[in-house]
Write a protein that binds this ligand. Structure first.
Ligand code: COA
Length: 186
């Protein structure tokens, strides 16, 4: 996806509670900190950046990924302090399709924060980038994420046996695939 075709610079989006903005190297320590909680990474395919150096690397990788067109990954930042409390992204662009993913510091769960971010990122994907389909891969145990997707009208489309290999442990997991079409997005 050639983001430069749609945006002069990396977009900044304000919701009721948070600001979605470009990640910065100053966010690196906070990213390590909230990812050090097993509840945050349990259902993901990595443990997050475990050191400050690795955190710098992934932030650079994601920001370069925006320039290269394979990911748009936003910091989810507290509006008052601008401190990063999570991230949300679209990636794996293929034609008019992309994947969505997100994670939030456990201190901020169940306040509707990621719902606000998901609403804006779906709108950006469908209404600004012109996608027709956004999909997500979720483990069966990840009730919070499944409920979130269903709240946004994503349809459970299939069960993918032995689909995902964990980047650190090599554990292989079954996943559910969820999909949402532009015409189903409200
Ligand atoms: C998934 C996650 C981002 C949700 O963030 P959140 O800000 O707490 O979500 P919200 O408060 O906006 O909740 C949205 C909906 O998700 C569902 N939900 C969220 N947490 C839930 C939980 N613990 N149990 C059941 N449903 C839950 C609810 O349907 C909720 O809607 P409601 O509040 O109107 O009932 C958060 O739990 C997280 O970071 N988990 C770890 C990372 C992860 O697994 N990411 C997804 C990988 S596929």
């Amino acid at each position: 996806m050639n983001f430069a075709k749609f945006f002069n610079e990396f977009p900044v989006i304000e919701t009721k509670s948070v600001r979605l903005r470009k990640l910065r190297l100053e966010d690196a320590q906070q990213l390590v900190d909230y990812y050090s909680n097993e509840n945050v990474y349990r259902y993901l395919d990595w443990y997050g950046p475990e050191t400050l150096e690795r955190s710098y690397e992934v932030i650079n990788m994601w920001n370069e990924g925006y320039d290269e067109g394979w990911i748009i990954r936003f910091a989810v930042a507290d509006k008052e302090t601008d401190t990063i409390i999570g991230t949300i992204f679209l990636s794996e662009f293929e034609g008019k399709r992309a994947d969505i993913g997100y994670e939030l510091s456990e201190n901020y769960w169940r306040r509707g924060i990621m719902s606000e971010a998901v609403q804006e990122v779906l709108s950006l994907g469908f209404n600004q980038l012109g996608l027709t389909r956004i999909q997500a891969f979720v483990t069966g145990e990840n009730i919070a994420s499944k409920e979130m997707l269903e709240k946004f009208n994503f349809k459970e489309e299939g069960f993918l046996r032995k689909f995902e290999t964990h980047n650190v442990t090599d554990e292989i997991r079954d996943m559910f695939i969820y999909g949402l079409l532009n015409i189903e997005f409200k």
